[in-house]
Design a protein around this ligand. Structure first.
Ligand code: G3P
Ligand code: MG
Length: 256
């Protein structure tokens, strides 16, 4: 049996705008929206004082002007960092983005959001609990709730505990033993699988379990075509310049 209602668009812009803008910043979500995207993926973790903000890595060096473990700084400290210069001069001074700011951006225009819970090591359950509780408050009046996903079952358990009504998805980079029992126990409505994991047999197994299926990070036309033939429910892509969300597999700007 398939999960009954699925309110999300097919195309999801990874980290806002893929690689075209500094990932997980408001500038990126604005660029993704300008390319026609109506749903975004972001990576959320906790500051030392319990604010939810967006960053992929556990450490600050790759995508900000800061150093060390991101989870050891307060939001007041994190918000002073430059999260744009690493990408290009055009984005110099772009600040890190809080979940609250991204919620305001999405809610103002009716954009959907996939919040990947990306805990700093050791804070898996706490991050899931806090992200879900804050998201539930921020989206309280919204028609479409954010989809919470994580590679970490403990984070999804925290989310289930603090905001059971928010939809959850288990992220899978491999088919590890017990993934299906885990997704079922965590009352997930979907999995989000690495595209390399999906074929007719594995998709059948996902469908038999009554789960929706999304795939990441799909950047090639051939991959997207194959996934669409399998009946995938959504694609997370960096290539906002290649794929147009207007219709599945329509190419942007007549790209070859
Ligand atoms: O949520 C899909 C995808 O973002 C998971 O991998 O490492 O890009 O966060 P990663
Ligand atoms: Mg992610």
């Amino acid at each position: 049996m398939m999960a009954p209602s699925w309110p999300y668009p097919f195309w999801v812009a990874h980290r806002g705008a893929g690689k075209m803008a500094p990932e997980n910043t408001l500038a990126a979500f604005r660029l993704g929206a300008a390319h026609g995207y109506r749903m975004f993926e972001c990576d959320a973790k906790l500051s030392a004082d319990g604010s939810v903000f967006l960053l992929h890595d556990a450490t600050l060096e790759r995508t900000t002007s800061g150093q060390g473990l991101a989870g050891q700084l307060s939001w007041a400290e994190l918000s002073q960092l430059d999260a744009g210069s690493w990408h290009s001069r055009q984005y110099a001074g772009e600040p890190p983005c809080s979940l609250a700011a991204l919620a305001r951006f999405c809610l103002a225009s009716g954009y959907a959001l996939n919040i990947e819970i990306k805990p700093s090591p050791g804070s898996e359950r706490q991050t899931g609990q806090t992200v879900a509780a804050q998201a539930e408050r921020m989206w309280a009046q919204a028609h479409t709730p954010p989809l919470l996903s994580s590679f970490q079952p403990e984070s999804l358990a925290g989310a289930l505990h603090s905001a059971p009504s928010l939809p959850r998805a288990l992220l899978l980079d491999t088919w590890w033993d017990g993934w299906l029992q885990t997704a079922t126990a965590l009352q997930c409505c979907a999995i989000v699988a690495n595209h390399r994991l999906l074929d007719a047999d594995t998709m059948s197994a996902v469908r038999r379990a009554g789960l929706r299926c999304l795939s990441y990070t799909v950047n090639e036309l051939e991959q997207a075509s194959a996934l669409q033939a399998l009946g995938i429910d959504g694609i997370i892509t960096d290539r906002i310049d290649l794929f147009s969300p207007a219709a599945p597999l329509a190419l942007a700007n007549g790209a070859p």
